[in-house]
Design a protein around this ligand. Structure first.
Ligand code: AMP
Ligand code: TRP
Length: 332
């Protein structure tokens, strides 16, 4: 049986990178797989979150998922902290994964930066919790953006070591699903940094809640280079900002990068940016309108999550019980 699991942090500033790199793919997969989508609030608190904002952002990101087209009846949409199996399995994986494995994680290095000694223990153990999220449901496929690839390799290592150590064939070896023309959307201010919720500059990203004017302004101000637009995908390789903007256009227009280069190669950035802004505004408008409507109806959003939490708990309970037996915990 194929089962999909993916997660998103409820940390505000849901952006175009999240939509193009992850959420839109989830919408396209939902008809063919049994899917679980999780608001990973335990992951969010690995860095400081204001409690009121965490609550509000959990509703906002859920509204974003629903507005993007995830169907809450066919999928399980739920909150990580409300299914205790995530934390329980993560603890067991803390005892399976090796320090050396986690020391290699580039996301920890990026997020902890020079202040490694001051980072939370949770931030270091983050990938073990992520492995627990997925394996708690024995999920087989995980659709994510490119930045999560290394964490999924660790998930495979943990599953393999658990199976080997306990001489069982219990956890599946998960397959990452990283696809589409926008697996890594870059910052609008710097083509060598990914677009991120935590970037201090709001001009670095297009937020799902931005107005049409915000979107047009941010695209107008986006960093470019002095040349005309490249006319082939190869020529994009040396031009990170052009490649990023043209990649965003391709993703929004459902075209290949090559097609967009054919259409706009040789044009000026200013002409292209007008077309890109019009396209982004047109594609995002219906999602944004629905998102605003849902954010004004927190009771509805909470109801969806409550049902999702129950479904997820029902799926997780027998797996946790089995893991406890495998590990040798006495269940009197
Ligand atoms: P996060 O916001 O870190 O919880 O990420 C949620 C999902 O969005 C994950 O699948 C990420 O891989 C994906 N994602 C985040 N940022 C980007 C980006 N700049 N480009 C493409 N995908 C992204
Ligand atoms: N670490 C992921 C991110 O920041 C979010 C996440 C948590 C996740 N658990 C997951 C993604 C399980 C896929 C599967 O984007």
């Amino acid at each position: 049986m194929n089962r999909i699991f993916s997660g998103i942090q409820p940390t505000g500033n849901l952006h175009l990178g999240n939509y193009l790199g992850a959420i839109r793919n989830w919408v396209n997969l939902q008809d063919d797989y049994e899917c679980l989508f999780c608001l990973v609030d335990l992951h969010a608190i690995t860095v400081w979150q204001e409690p009121d904002e965490l609550t509000a952002n959990t509703r906002e990101v859920t509204a974003g998922l629903l507005a993007s087209g995830l169907n809450p009846n066919d999928n399980t949409i739920f909150i990580q902290s409300q299914v205790s199996g995530h934390a329980e399995l993560a603890w067991i994986f803390n005892c399976v994964a090796r320090m050396g494995w986690l020391n290699r994680m580039t996301q920890f290095k990026e997020k902890a930066g020079k202040h490694r000694e001051n980072a939370s223990v949770g931030l270091f153990a983050y990938p073990n919790l992520m492995a627990a999220d997925i394996l708690l449901y024995q999920a087989t496929h995980v659709p994510v953006g490119e930045d999560q690839k290394q964490h999924l390799e660790l998930t495979r290592d943990i599953a393999q070591k658990f199976n080997n150590d306990f001489k069982v064939d219990f956890f599946p070896i998960v397959e990452p699903l990283i696809f589409g023309p926008a697996t890594r959307v870059m910052s609008l201010r710097d083509g060598s940094n990914k677009m991120s919720k935590s970037d201090a500059s709001d001009y670095s990203r297009i937020n799902m809640v931005d107005t049409a004017d915000d979107i047009a302004l941010k695209i107008r101000k986006a960093k470019t280079d002095p040349e005309a637009l490249p006319d082939s995908a190869e020529a994009c390789a040396e031009r990170p900002e052009a490649a990023n903007l043209m990649g965003i256009y391709a993703a929004l227009a459902d075209q290949s990068l090559e097609e967009v280069c054919g259409q706009f190669g040789g044009s000026t950035f200013s002409d292209f940016k007008k077309d890109l802004a019009d396209l982004a505004i047109a594609k995002l408008a219906p999602i944004q309108e629905e998102m605003r409507r849902l954010m004004n109806d927190p009771a509805y959003v909470d109801g969806i999550l409550k049902t999702g939490n129950e479904k997820a708990n029902d799926l997780a309970a027998p797996v946790i019980r089995e893991v406890q037996k495998i590990v040798g915990f006495l269940i009197p």
